[in-house]
Design a protein around this ligand. Structure first.
Ligand SMILES: [Fe+2]
Ligand SMILES: [Fe+2]
Length: 145
């Protein structure tokens, strides 16, 4: 990979790092805020998703380091607060944004010829699709109440 391609790949991956940083913190906050108010299942789901986002953050960051870059560390705006429906809706919006972003990054990386980064983002996108489905199911259960 030449230097120009490498810097383009790193710039793409940095967007993922920033999104994941926001997701880790947002879900962790929702985990704290759900403490004692909502069912342990909901509280645990926020924590479980936060950990999964941290794994994404780690994978993308490690790839950036392997390419000679320095992973971004600035936190994007994080949505905390509101009732459970608000939190879930904010989280679903975050997931939809992440999925849209990765769906754009994957063909960009393919075009740049970076199969390793592309495959990594494909796996991460599959996780985000799972998160979207789970948030949608949880939201539909709350709406029925
Ligand atoms: Fe993620
Ligand atoms: Fe996610």
């Amino acid at each position: 990979m030449n230097a120009s391609t490498r810097s383009k790949v790193i710039a793409i991956l940095q967007e993922g790092v920033t999104n994941e940083l926001g997701a880790v913190i947002q879900y962790l906050w929702h985990h704290y805020q759900a403490e004692g108010i909502y069912s342990p299942k909901i509280k645990d789901t926020f924590e479980e998703f936060s950990v999964e986002e941290m794994e994404h953050l780690e994978k993308i960051s490690e790839r950036i380091v392997a390419l000679g870059g320095e992973p971004a560390s600035k936190l994007p705006p994080v949505k905390k607060g509101g009732d459970i429906k608000q939190m879930m809706q904010d989280d679903l919006d975050l997931e939809l944004g992440a999925a849209k972003m990765y769906a754009e990054h994957i063909p960009q990386l393919a075009k740049l010829g970076d199969t390793t980064s592309r495959l990594m983002l494909e796996k991460i996108l599959a996780d985000e699709e799972k998160h979207i489905m789970e948030f949608e199911i949880m939201l539909s259960k709350i709406r029925k109440k």
